[in-house]
Each structure stands twice: as C-alpha cells, then as structure tokens.
Design a protein around this ligand. Sequence first.
Ligand code: FAD
Length: 380
Amino acid sequence: MRNPFDTDERRAFRESVARFVKQEIEPHADAWDEAGTFPWEVHEKACALGLFGFGIDEAYGGNGFDDAFMRCACAEELGYGGIGGVIASIGCRSIMVGLVAGFANEDIKRRALPEILSGRRGGALGVTEPSGGSDVAAVQTRAVRQGDEWVLNGSKTFITGGMHASHYVIAARTGAEGGAGLSLFFVDADAPGFTRSALERKMGWWSSDTATLYFDDCRIPASHLMGEQDKGFALAMNNFNYERLFMCAQMLGMARRCMDEAVAYAGQRRTFGKPLIKHQVIRHKVADMSSRIDAMEALINQICWLVNEDRMPVAEISKAKFFCSTALEFCANEAMQIFGGAGYLRGHPVERIYRETKVMAIGGGSAEIMRDLAVRQMGL
Ligand SMILES: Cc1cc2nc3c(=O)[nH]c(=O)nc-3n(C[C@H](O)[C@H](O)[C@H](O)COP(=O)(O)OP(=O)(O)OC[C@H]3O[C@@H](n4cnc5c(N)ncnc54)[C@H](O)[C@@H]3O)c2cc1C
C-alpha cells in the first residue's frame, strides 16, 4: 500500500537511502558483523546523503530543514538492511547532534557539527552508567565547576559508537539529587582525564563499537556546559523522543525485512508436496506479521504528522516504542520459524535481526519504562 504521506521529495529521499543500503552495506553485512567492525568511509558515504542533518542549519553542515517523515524513512530503510550494528554505529550521531545544535556554544557548533554530520568524525551520547540506565534522574557522574573549567568524575557504559567517537554529549550531576540536578556537557575525546574501553561480545550489533567511558578529574572548558546548569534532564528527555521515533521506524524496516525474506523462502521451499506458502498455518503467520507491520506504519505516520505540526506526542511515542519492539519480536520469531533450520545458520539477515530484537526493547528506554511513561502521560 502506498504511504498516503509520501511526496516526490520523500520518495526520492527514501529511494536514495534504500539504494545506499543495498549497494554499500548489504553485500558486506555478514563479513562486517563477523569482523566486529566496518570501514570508516561508510560513515562518510551515509552522511553525504544527509541522513542525520534534519533540523540542523546548513551553516553547521545540516540539511537546513526538518521532516519527521524523512527521518523515519531513513531509519526504516536502514533497518530494512538487516544489519543493526552498522546502523547503530553510523546512527548514534543522530542522538547527539540535535542537542549540540540546540544547546552547545557557537564555537562548538561551528567546529564539531560539520565534522560529525559529514561523517569525518563520530559523535556519541553518554547517559547510561554502570549503576543503571532506566532511572536517568539518578545519574551519578559528577561535574564540579573549578574556575573556568568543569571537572567531571564518574563513568558511562553501553555507549554506542563510544570507542570511535571524537565528541560526546554527557549527562552529569551539577546539583541536588534527582532530575533537577542534572546538566549536559560537550566533551572532546582528547579531554584530559577521559579514557574509554570496549564492551565486547554482545548478543547482536556485532559490527558496532560499544564503550565504557571513564572521567577521572576530566577537565573541560566552562563553556562546554550545554544549555543552563541543572536543566539537562528535560533536554535529555526531549531528545529521547527523537531517538525513540527513529528506533520505531528502524524496527518497522526490520520487521518488513523479516516478512519479505520469509515470504520469499516460503514461496520456493516445498514440504508435503507443495510450497510452504500454500500451507494455511504459514499463510496465517504471514497475515499476523503483515497486520503488525501495517499497525506499526500507521502509528509512526500519525506521530510524524504530529511532530511536523510542532507537537511532540510523548505518550504516543512511548506507546509506539514498546508496541514496535513487541511487533518486531513477533515478526522475527515467525520468520525464523518459517526458515526452519536454514534460519539457524549465521549470516542470514533474519538470523541477525532475531539477535537484534532484544536491544530494541531495551535501548533508548526499555519496554517497561515506556509503559510507565505512557501511563504517566495519561495522568495516572
Ligand atoms: C547495545 C546497547 C547500546 C546502548 N547504547 C547506549 C548509548 O549510546 N548511550 C546510552 O546512554 N545508553 C546506551 N545504552 C543503554 C540503554 O539505554 C540501557 O541499557 C537502558 O536504558 C536500560 O538500562 P539498564 O541496562 O541499566 O537497565 P536497568 O535500568 O538496570 O533495568 C533493568 C531492567 O529492569 C527494568 N526496570 C527498571 N526500572 C523498572 C521499574 N521501575 N519498573 C519495572 N521495570 C523496571 C528495565 O526495564 C530493565 O528491563 C545501550 C544499551 C545497549 C544494550
């Protein structure tokens, strides 16, 4: 079914992302995942398409306009590629550039944004700590003002892109306990007192780098405070909305890929004298997958429409996040089942997606936290 919100521009953008994924990423997906890394030039090629510059001025290397439908078309086509590790690594800049554009000082914006948005350098967002990620208001990393510097002490973990990033947005405590005492900081990877180490052997996203970051009397200029002191919690929360919407669209692409692969396989695989697709149980699996995919798309379209109207539908986004991760888990599971033993072998997109469903239900706000948030938004 044609998306009723499509325009020529949106369609052309979507096609350019799909072409990029098919030509530049998919042929290498298995090799890069097994290697646990991929060439840096992929960042530059992806960024050259303007994938992450929405809502950011051209003066800083951005696209000069915003469109939620295009953001989501990008995420969906990347997700359809079926290699989440590459998407996580190139896409992690998208969860920090909006904060930099909105709240870093002019010098940082002019210096760092063009580097990050062109793909020459990486950027990462550090919120989660070894002590926990769900309760953002409980961040323990501390920043203390000393003269014309901030001194950071603490640690962040599970930071996507953290090993290769040159620039970070870091949440740290500058005031009292709770959300009202948090601030955001811009930290360069060469800041004194900053080190990092790799988190290895993940369940999925093998080709992405994930880091633990350490701040030991890490000194950054006073001007690297982003926005107002102690007002970082609200900035981080608003930023999560875009991350979650991006993830929903990525999950839509992943679910679609599962269904398409399963349908293609069921068309040629024969059991009991006929193609699998002619067995009613398999046909029902396809119907169940397809209905969930339609629902995901409808939800995402509705949210995009609202975001383009300058309304940030927090409740709808949190509901969509857990709805999409549950729907994706269903589609990946059914697709794997249709493949039978063939799906159990490493290197197939469905096998990769199956391993990557879990992180979509945890990262960017877990399914439990999303349900909590949705109900709170209902005033309960
Ligand atoms: C591969 C990967 C990449 C990531 N990338 C980044 C990144 O780039 N930047 C970043 O900052 N973070 C990142 N994260 C961290 C991610 O955001 C956190 O893992 C997530 O927020 C959950 O935090 P936690 O793992 O500490 O779990 P916890 O907060 O310890 O929670 C554990 C479990 O308990 C549940 N739970 C917690 N509180 C409640 C409650 N009140 N009621 C019911 N259930 C509850 C949670 O949903 C979860 O299932 C990444 C994580 C992974 C796995």
